[in-house]
Design a binder for this molecule. Sequence first.
Ligand code: NAI
Length: 249
Amino acid sequence: MSKLLDGKVALITGAARGIGKAVALRLAQEGASIAFTDLNYDDVAKATELEIQALGVKAKAYASNAANFKDTEQVVAQIEQDFGHIDVLVNNAGITKDGALKRMTEDQWDAVIAVNLKSVFNFTKMVQPIMWKQGSGSIINMSSVVGVSGNANQTNYSASKAGIIGFTKSFAKEVGARSIRCNAVAPGFIITEMTGQLPEEIRQQWAEKIPLRRGGIPEDVANVCLFLASDLSSYVTGQVLHVCGGMNM
Ligand code: NAI
């Protein structure tokens, strides 16, 4: 039986763990070959690579700093050589360095903007010529509900995620005529290592504010990415899809 992403190649940034890993596995389940990056090719990345390969698709992990333009140029060229084409790009790599603005350092600001926002520029810029040549492609940018609604102590993070939304809409307008789609996903409170660091009390407070009364799991986000990656969403571009249990309406 044919699968949704048979013959497609997906590139996912920061996918050794968390949401990126769940996206990689979900796209692989639907037949996509997977190239993924993370900061290091360590035991975690190797284990993820094996887990994806066990689904019977080609999968390869690459060590690359998504915030670094030169690194990105090199890794995308290498992936094009190894896989031949790139049909789906998921800009997922992201970090938090939270704090009230009065205490936020310049380094905290710069790091979050570089990893979360500049990485989207880096990878989209490098992948665009490949998709342009093909006359097709789907780009999915991992934003956040806080990029829409804001969040105290996350001015840097919210600004980066709001920036991603502006980027997504602008790029969708630039490349729509070439059948390249670009959408953003805005997850709410998803239980991963990033949010696992929060105290239990804070996590409880979040859950109470969510109409579906639970934090999300990475697979909730991965299913929406599958929709956006596949032809099921062939007439959807420039949109922000909230995956937040109804927290943002
Ligand atoms: P995570 O911390 O579990 O995983 C992030 C991965 O990105 C890690 O493997 C990390 O090594 C990698 N990474 C970090 N900096 C990198 C860089 N410069 N280059 C390449 N890889 C890098 O985080 P999680 O929760 O899976 O988040 C994934 C994305 O989803 C992020 O963009 C995050 O902002 C976004 N998000 C997460 C939410 C949550 O509740 N967990 C909510 C909304 C958005």
